[in-house]
Design a protein around this ligand. Structure first.
Ligand code: SF4
Length: 314
């Protein structure tokens, strides 16, 4: 299923080192890059929008979180799709992708042995891996990888705005057409969101598009979200400069709110149905808990990465 999202709809690890490309050149930026005052990824920006206290627990307190089977499955599926494109185009078949699944799971398990504790027994692990298999099979109903030659995979981007805020993150895939037009692709292992959550899903893509625009000086032609859960669905959006300027204003406003909270120490809980997935309910005042004392602030608090080897992703 394919769905295009127009402007109106919007209104309402380190992974394998050899494939991570840090794009830090500054085409389109001031030659004198400002000092970095903080860093924001789409995930952490999303945390703050969801609940400022959740952001605090993750970024300021850096509280550990147990891996979730769904997120680790996302990591395995992403790893398979990344490596699928190492193969020559005619060899990128569904069978080839499925053959990569077990080896990638074992590679991740070697990096993070704790993932093995997610399953009560072998049967549970087999069901979990079967879910990953279904997602990969669904991927082949959405596009034909034998017809594609991605320009970049697992692209790490960092772009520093003129206020010193660094935008950073990993882009799953960047395709460049012979005409030079750029498509930014992100794989999601969940189901496509309903209309109410489309804007949030698109925020991440616009965030990446903004970073690429600031780095390379041209607006990506297309943002493409590929949902491998549910029925399988592709959401496409064509951004323009006005979109990305609006995204930059939103990111700056978010950062101002984060800076205020860092200064005042006031991190307000914002309960929602997402609390059901929050690992820190026992520390949250909304659930009768008490947050730990705030750690002393360190320079570069928010610049340190919260992504670890094999960091789960959705
Ligand atoms: S339980 Fe809910 S309100 Fe409390 S920190 Fe987690 S997400 Fe925020």
């Amino acid at each position: 299923m394919l769905r295009a999202i127009g402007p109106r709809a919007d209104a309402r690890r380190p992974p394998r080192a050899q494939t991570v490309t840090a794009v830090t050149y500054s085409a389109g930026m001031s030659p004198t890059q400002p000092a970095v005052i903080g860093a924001l990824s789409p995930s952490r920006a999303g945390d703050f929008m969801t609940c400022p206290l959740l952001y605090r627990f993750r970024v300021v307190d850096r509280l550990p979180e147990p891996p979730s089977p769904a997120a680790v499955r996302g990591t395995v599926v992403h790893a398979v799709l990344e490596r699928l494109y190492d193969l020559p185009a005619p060899a990128r078949t569904a069978a080839a992708a499925l053959a990569l699944l077990e080896p990638q799971w074992h590679r991740l398990l070697a990096e993070e042995p704790g993932y093995g504790d997610m399953f009560a027994d072998e049967r549970e692990r087999a069901v979990w891996l079967g879910g990953a298999r279904s997602m990969l099979e669904r991927y082949f109903t959405l596009e034909d990888p034998t017809l594609l030659e991605p320009a970049e995979r697992e692209l790490y981007v960092e772009a520093v705005l003129d206020n010193g805020l660094m935008l950073r993150g990993y882009i799953d895939r960047v395709d460049v057409a012979p005409t030079g037009e750029v498509r930014v692709v992100d794989y999601k292992t969940g189901s496509a969101p309903g209309a109410a959550f489309e804007a949030r899903a698109l925020f991440q893509m616009k965030f990446y598009a903004l970073a690429l625009w600031r780095l390379r000086g041209s607006v990506p032609r297309l943002l493409q979200l590929m949902y491998l859960g549910g029925e399988g669905e592709v959401l496409r959006y064509t951004p323009d400069e006005a979109d990305l300027r609006a995204t930059e204003r939103k990111v700056r406003a978010l950062w101002s709110a984060i800076e205020r909270a860092l200064e005042t120490g006031e991190w307000h809980p914002r309960p929602s149905r997402l609390c059901g997935w929050c690992n820190h309910r026992s520390l949250c005042p909304e659930f009768g808990g008490t947050p730990p004392p705030l750690p002393a602030r360190q320079p570069g608090d928010t610049v340190r990465s919260t992504r670890s080897p094999g960091h789960p992703r959705g």
